[in-house]
Design a protein around this ligand. Sequence first.
Ligand code: ARG
Length: 475
Amino acid sequence: MSGTGVRRGGPKGKRAPASLSGGLIRGRFARARLPEVEAFTASLPFDRRLYRQDVRGSIAHARMLARVGLISGAEQRAMAAALCAIEDEIAKGRFVFRLADEDIHMAIERRLIEKTGAAGQKLHTGRSRNDQVALDLRLYLREELGEIIELLRALRLCLLRLAQQHVETVMPGYTHLQRAQPVSLAHHLLAYVEMFDRDRQRFAQALERTDVMPLGAGALAATTLPINRRMVARELGFRALCQNSLDAVSDRDFALDFLYAAALTGVHLSRMAEELILWSSSEFGFVALPDEFSTGSSMMPQKKNPDLLELFRAKSGRLAGNLVALLTVLKGLPLAYNSDLQEDKERVFDAVDTLKPMLRLAARLWPRLAFDRRALASAAGGWTVATDLAEHLVRRGTPLRRAHEIVARMVREAASGAKAPEAPMPEQLRRWSQALGIDARRLLSPARSLRARKVLGGPAPALVRRRIGELLRRQ
Ligand code: ARG
């Protein structure tokens, strides 16, 4: 257990007798657990992260116990004070964690009993670790979801601000990674803002389902004692109560909702990272990565590598893995609580720890990117306006399929010419100008093409400006 700060066995390194080693709940056993079993089954090395939530839940539970008369006011006050002191011990690194405690719940309860004696022995009245851990995880995730929603808000704001500067910055839009039609950089950025807006909604929905109070479900079938669940929910600020005790202790749908939202946000960040990797290559040359976000090569002195973005790409795989791992844990679990559920926490923690820095770094990177407007415009030139030519013919009465074929033939002719196969040739343009009755060169401007794409959802600057305004108001 090195590195986890959790001591194996009982106090002072000696193997403690069964009464002390996991002593709170081993009354029915004649012998202590094998140390290997203890190490394998303990969640303490990772669930100690929930200590604040555990203390908060226990204080609320004890207050309720006092109000319904199951413990005295003095006992409740002694416990509340000791629980705060324990929280402080843990925060300051002074708490001695012992693997024999199994998990954070029993570690804190053990210490509480050490501190308060008989009063502490009453804390777990009407409660089980099964509803306790569900409560702690919900409290933890509720906080994290709030933060993640804020981080997404900040990221979309930085993209919107950047988009404001690039409403007229023409660039090629791609299909199949081949230049297709002109768009603007702002329009491209707004595609990501739409994705992050949907992500935000998904996290908000996950938050709503997380914000439901499970305590009182006991181990699986509530309790015979007259506890008051509403009181605890009110104290902890939950919007609702879990309505079925079996479901309350075995439900991890809220964690899956979060993991799915995190995995999909990861996919969006990864797609964005992939585009920046392409755009910052010499082949594209659309953007320069700032030094502060780039990495060198140990062998090739000239290299400026986008490691950060590559890891965005890879970590989205890790986020998807967390979702699949927990789905697999839950599949086939009989009701109600099973220890399999203990595997939920590391997946959730890992997703939180992976996603938050990605969101923070993305929001810092985007405003620092220097886009090469000329390179973008030049890549947008040439045959990206081929559809515009065909649509011009359509406007003059040519059926679309015929117009498509006429322009396709022009492209073929240009491609077989020696020079500039990516754009019409001058003699073609002359012929075209005669056929169309206008100067065909006018149709070849990507900026004009952009302005003409005025259909709702299209890239015309006027529309994009309006959408930016809407999105800014919807902060
Ligand atoms: N450490 C456990 C978990 O993380 C807490 C609940 C344990 N309950 C039990 N009956 N073993 O899920």
